[in-house]
Write a protein that binds this ligand. Sequence first.
Ligand SMILES: [Fe+2]
Ligand SMILES: [Fe+2]
Length: 125
Amino acid sequence: MKWQDQYSVNHPLMDQQHKQLFEILNQLEGHILKEEALDYFLETLEQLSDFAWEHFKAEETILEELKIEGLQDHMDKHQSFKKKIMAMTQSFFKQPDLKQVEEAYSFLSHWLVDHILEEDMKYKM
Ligand SMILES: [Fe+2]
Ligand SMILES: [Fe+2]
């Protein structure tokens, strides 16, 4: 995943956190390419969920302060992302395999880009 200027919401902290999320997913991609993803997947998911939680909380506070419309809807999307990560963690625990990791990477990377472009852009300054 490569960061592009069009992903910027013109908010330094939010851009920085979004870049950090890219970084975590790039790490995951690196593990897949080096065929060591099975060893690192749970660790990466934990890191991603911890950081995503922190980011969502900060972002929701900003949305509230700016009185951006559709806050609840945006929060619901964050919530379903959290649930998705939990479901991925559980299913990997039950049956760890590489296909799951690759599908997870594909889902997470698309989700992040789509979410930034479709939802987060609504608070772009
Ligand atoms: Fe968001
Ligand atoms: Fe965001």
